[in-house]
Design a protein around this ligand. Structure first.
Ligand SMILES: Nc1nc2c(ncn2[C@@H]2O[C@H](COP(=O)(O)OP(=O)(O)OP(=O)(O)O)[C@@H](O)[C@H]2O)c(=O)[nH]1
Ligand SMILES: [Mg+2]
Length: 249
């Protein structure tokens, strides 16, 4: 970690929680947690919301992660618990399947320190060739749909790797399950938070998927539409922008 991330008024990895849902990710979790420890010099807190029956939780605890057990209820139920658990001011989400580049965590933290409220890892602009074809087309379609509804171009609405200021997480009521990732981008955009996408690599998944691309895709499309409409028409304060951002003052 370079000195400019540890000095001054900016956040360091000691201010960061990396959080994830884990559902039978025994094959991948040791690599993911080791990568986080290496890049953050073991300074980041790691929180796993675990619904596994394959011993994933034991591996997580061995690596020093905080583990909260939960009945399997879907991606969004786990990630909602994951993002609302930490006390630290910066929260980073990831999947526990070794698809996301933990070595890019410094870039996410830099963007938060530059004043962004949400920093979203965009897998699709770089091609995402390791993503199954059907999922890739679906993800492009969700991004176009969200762009049309939000009124600005977004490239990847369903990425699992993002950084958030905790204030954003706390300010918004999150309602989606399979569509939570899209909701976590769309609501902040429509409330005027400072959101940026940064291109990231996307690696092939380690371990079995639990995602059904057809039913999951339908749920995500529905979430993008309902959340966008709720933000535009369902909230009395939808045109209000949040107050000035502390990091930019
Ligand atoms: N605790 C918990 N975690 C879950 C649940 N469903 C998914 N997850 C985890 O959430 C993360 C994202 O799920 P993935 O299966 O990777 O979903 P995806 O990235 O859309 O699809 P693929 O990576 O292509 O399988 C992974 O770390 C999963 O282990 C659940 O019901 N409970
Ligand atoms: Mg995944």
């Amino acid at each position: 970690m370079s000195d400019d991330r540890t000095g001054g008024d900016g956040y360091t990895f000691g201010d960061v929680s990396v959080v994830m849902g884990t559902y039978n990710e025994r094959e991948a979790i040791a690599t993911v947690l080791a990568d986080i420890d290496a890049v953050t010099d073991e300074q980041a807190e790691v929180v796993c919301i675990d619904s596994s029956s394959d011993g994933t939780a034991d591996v997580a605890r061995e690596h020093g992660a905080r583990v909260i057990e939960q009945e399997p209820q879907g991606y969004g139920v786990a990630v909602h618990e994951a993002i609302t658990t930490p006390d630290r001011p910066v929260i980073v989400t990831t999947d526990c399947d070794d698809t996301y580049p933990m070595e890019r965590l410094p870039d996410f933290l830099d963007a938060i320190n530059d004043g962004y409220d949400v920093v979203s890892g965009d897998r699709l602009s770089g091609g995402a060739e390791t993503m199954p074809w059907f999922n890739r087309q679906g993800n492009h379609a969700f991004a176009w749909l969200a762009s049309a509804l939000v009124g600005e171009r977004v490239h990847d609405t369903t990425t699992g790797m993002r950084a958030y200021r905790r204030e954003v997480i706390e300010a918004i009521e999150w309602t989606e399950n399979t569509g939570l990732s899209a909701e976590l981008l769309v609501r902040p955009l429509l409330r005027g938070y400072r959101v940026t996408e940064i291109p990231i690599e996307y690696r092939e998944r380690v371990g079995e998927t639990t995602l059904n691309p057809v039913t999951g895709g339908a749920a995500i499309a529905k979430s993008v539409v309902s959340v966008s409409l709720a933000e535009r028409f369902g909230r009395g304060s939808s045109t209000e922008r949040p107050g000035p951002n502390r990091a930019t003052e």
